[in-house]
Design a protein around this ligand. Sequence first.
Ligand code: 5AD
Ligand code: SF4
Length: 466
Amino acid sequence: MRKNIYKSTNIKHLTNIKPIFDDNLPKLYIETYGCQMNVNDSEVVVSIMQDAGFSVTEDIEKADIILINTCSIRDNAEQRVWGRLDVFKQQKKKNKGLRIGVIGCMAERLKEQLLENQIVDIVVGPDAYRQLPELLQTVENGQKGINVLLSHEETYSDISPVRLDKNGVSAYVSIMRGCNNVCAFCVVPYTRGAERSRNPETIVREVKELVDNGYKEVTLLGQNVDSYVWVDPGNVTKTVNFAQLLEMVALVDAKMRVRFSTSHPKDMSNGVLYTMAMYNNICNYIHLPVQSGSTDILARMNRKYTREQYLERVQKIREIIHGCAISTDIIAGFCGETDEDHQLTLSLMREVGYDYAYMFKYSERPNTKAARHYTDDISEELKTQRLTEIIDLQNKLSEESNEKDIGKVFEILVEGVSKRSDDFLHGRNQQNKVVVFLKNNYKTGDYVMVKITGCSSATLKGEPIE
Ligand code: 5AD
Ligand code: SF4
């Protein structure tokens, strides 16, 4: 058994953003489920672990520790993790010294319950990642390790995430953590705690680091970016809101594209829209989850806007930002949803003409407002039927949106070689649409002007122009 091998952490601005692959060091294998925020959290975790003396492996067979960063948003997300833990059990049979940690939202939600699973050594919630090395030491000393304390301050602002993306082109930057909106269906406020914003100077510093390392695109992440607010602790009259932060980030480098997610219809200000319109490098794309097109259901979901108010925000986007793509999240079959409510969702989708959507069946989550106050009364069949209608409609809308792009010219940021053929590259336009085109002499990270010549519902095809 290893003793006292893990350096305990007293982190002061970790600056290495590259993964360390070194066979002489103990190896961490990390697997991530859930949202973009979780992807970025895993990068923070790797930074902490590398500082504690670990290297990274992509081969589970070589791992000394496996961390699984988990999601609780829907029941099927949790089921997948339980399935993976069964696989890890086989791994542990082969390698008795292997340590297994469950981190993230499921760790927070299920706490000790996860430790009842024999193979789980440590359980760490989203605000306790700095403790990982110490908790591992606890395991080496023969105990299990758990820390699921939520914090009002933790933003990991001094830790530069170790970038695990493969392309070296686009990176996530967390600007805030937690969530103060209590949407009735959502587990996030319970798994990620109260909302807190990160010091803008550390955000700008991180974006500069990314520029220095050749990155071309950042996505600013928060559960509700529109409620970002930094109050200077030294002078409480000095504040930075999201529109101002967006401008600070856009000014770092005109060649660095800026995206953000997620916007909340009740909070998205015109100021944000004007800032987007003002800076060319802020992408013309907004992810604006609607959840339902029915004002009654929205009220029951505690979303705090009506159908009309949502449509007014869409109208404003169209008015202020030329050629802005809009995507959304939709839940089918929330508690008490009538056929009329469902029809209202379909008609709102048509009215907005979404470019893209993420669509889900309602999944009741324990202890949420909906679980406590409403009955999950829509049958599985009806949820499936409504979801299918929503998906079918969105496929049509996406295709229509793509067809409208034929003949247009877009600036594409190249992300890599197309999976289908080495002769083609793929990248995205500002509107977040994937575009495939002939490689010529272009390479990953280049900006290329491409004329759109064809499309499917999922992809645009085009030809580079000089
Ligand atoms: N059931 C189904 N979908 C959900 N979402 C959040 N909670 C639930 C749930 N309990 C969806 C919402 C949210 C997206 C991230 O996941 O649409 O915007
Ligand atoms: Fe992300 Fe929400 Fe899933 Fe947590 S529960 S990983 S915040 S999507």
